[in-house]
Design a protein around this ligand. Sequence first.
Ligand SMILES: CC(C)(COP(=O)(O)OP(=O)(O)OC[C@H]1O[C@@H](n2cnc3c(N)ncnc32)[C@H](O)[C@@H]1OP(=O)(O)O)[C@@H](O)C(=O)NCCC(=O)NCCS
Length: 206
Amino acid sequence: MLLKCGRPTLAASLFLRLGWEILISRSFPADPQIRYSCPVLYRLYKPEDFAALYAIEEACFQPPFRFGRWYMRQIVDNPDSATWIAEKDGRMAGFAIVEWVQDEGATFAYIQTIEVAAGERRQGVGDELLRRVEASARAAGARTIWLHVDVENSAAIRLYEQSGYASQGRAEHYYARNRAAVVYTKKLAQSDPGAASPAIAFFGLV
Ligand SMILES: CC(C)(COP(=O)(O)OP(=O)(O)OC[C@H]1O[C@@H](n2cnc3c(N)ncnc32)[C@H](O)[C@@H]1OP(=O)(O)O)[C@@H](O)C(=O)NCCC(=O)NCCS
């Protein structure tokens, strides 16, 4: 039987799900400390993703930290940008956006944001999205990548520091009066053997 690409039929879904669970239960010892999650697919943004992407933005940030809808559309539509989507079980689990500009012959990349839906955090999604935007920046010719992060955002600061970003100091009143940002930069190696291809399914263990 040939299955059409796209959404599988109910019977096919059940068959695939059963096969996946048998594979998992045979491949790994039964350990109550380990839960096996659905695979996470990393792919580039498509215009029809906007509503789900902006819903994550609204869930993650309150004004004045939240990007406006109009501004968000500008950055995802910018031809000198890449937006990576993490998708789990057909739903958006997170996204990350990087832009790049040329200045005096060099290309600099800037991470606009990385956001993971609350229920999907601490499973490596943010880390993988960061690797993907770095790979896109490198492919665009950038040798340096930088970003702002709220001084009080300890989760994001930990993520960036663990990934090799170095603090270059604070930008006072960046988000609001008395709410500073820390500026982080990282040098991008010219070639990264682990660099991501445009869309690779990645199987996560939680
Ligand atoms: C920051 C954020 C993107 C991290 O995403 P995530 O998928 O949970 O991150 P990962 O699971 O890949 O974690 C990678 C590393 O980040 C650090 N980290 C992530 N969340 C953390 C937390 N709550 N506390 C401390 N460190 C944390 C850890 O070093 C972690 O590595 P470890 O799991 O080996 O300890 C996520 O918390 C988020 O979406 N926050 C709201 C939006 C936001 O603030 N974005 C940053 C904009 S600059």
